[in-house]
Design a protein around this ligand. Structure first.
Ligand code: SF4
Length: 254
């Protein structure tokens, strides 16, 4: 597929500018995936099956050559990606293109952040700039991951790839979002936090658009408690943290 533009400013909390050089995502998350819901609503894809057959934007590198000179002075951090996954598991073509995108951006003096449910290639450690590499970890339970992130990488492989980059001096982060309520899975958040305690930053956020959350009577208290746990864990270890808007419920909102 061909696009007219690629880089755009995003309104989301921890983003600045972003690009999505693929349409669709074979990880096929069932939380549900907000990007899939939007793509379906705006007629970009007709079905889940179509969504999980990703299409590369073929003119990605040409568009970057045109857009980077215009945007580079404005971009603090270019995020890959918001509506797809740059290191889609089992898609070497997408992974290779993502590395080319990072190289081009870094070559223009633009720092990047990456978020994936795939495997981060170790050669990312060879990139020159101060990029930030992140993975999503909402559970360590293989059966849950297979059900909710059916096409994504096994969780321990994800963490191991992030640890390798950390050991080579890269900045690393983890997104614990969308975190499921106990009626979806019973698990100990502390185990997840311990498994990724080497990272520089943790982002925590609640699950949205899933009726199971509202069916869990104490979901507001649950998310308040989880957020407090994440904050304390990060403070104790001097890890940066961000709790996504809407995750903590203030008393007067109850
Ligand atoms: S990895 Fe992200 S973009 Fe891909 S299906 Fe899951 S939530 Fe959607």
């Amino acid at each position: 597929m061909i696009r007219k533009t690629l880089i755009y400013k995003t309104g989301v909390e921890y983003g600045d500018y972003t690009l999505n050089h693929v349409q669709g995502c074979s990880h096929g998350c069932k939380y549900p995936c907000y990007a899939f819901m939007m793509a379906k609503r705006f007629g970009k894809v007709k079905s889940y099956e179509e969504w999980t057959c990703p299409q590369i934007v073929e003119n990605t590198l040409t568009l970057l050559d045109e857009e980077l000179p215009r945007f580079r002075s404005k971009i603090k951090l270019l995020h890959l990606c918001f509506t797809t996954d740059p290191f889609m598991y089992g898609h070497e073509d997408i992974c290779n293109l993502s590395i080319k995108v990072l190289k081009k951006a870094n070559g223009s003096g633009v720092r990047c952040s990456v978020l994936t449910k795939g495997i981060l290639p170790e050669k990312l450690a060879e990139l020159p700039l101060d990029n930030e590499y992140g993975i999503t970890v909402v559970s360590l339970d293989t059966a849950f991951i297979c059900q909710y992130e059916p096409g994504a990488a096994p969780i321990q492989e994800r963490i191991a790839s992030l640890k390798k980059l950390h050991d080579r001096g890269c900045k690393t982060w983890v997104s614990i979002e969308p975190y499921p309520t106990p009626n979806i899975i019973q698990q100990n958040l502390s185990d997840i936090l311990e498994s990724i305690s080497f990272v520089d930053k943790i982002i925590f956020g609640r699950l949205h658009y899933n009726k199971m959350v509202s069916q869990y009577k104490n979901h507001k208290e649950f998310y308040n408690c989880c957020a407090a746990k994440v904050i304390q864990f990060c403070k104790d270890r001097q890890i940066a943290f961000h709790i996504k808007n809407g995750t903590i419920t203030e008393k007067e909102d109850k």
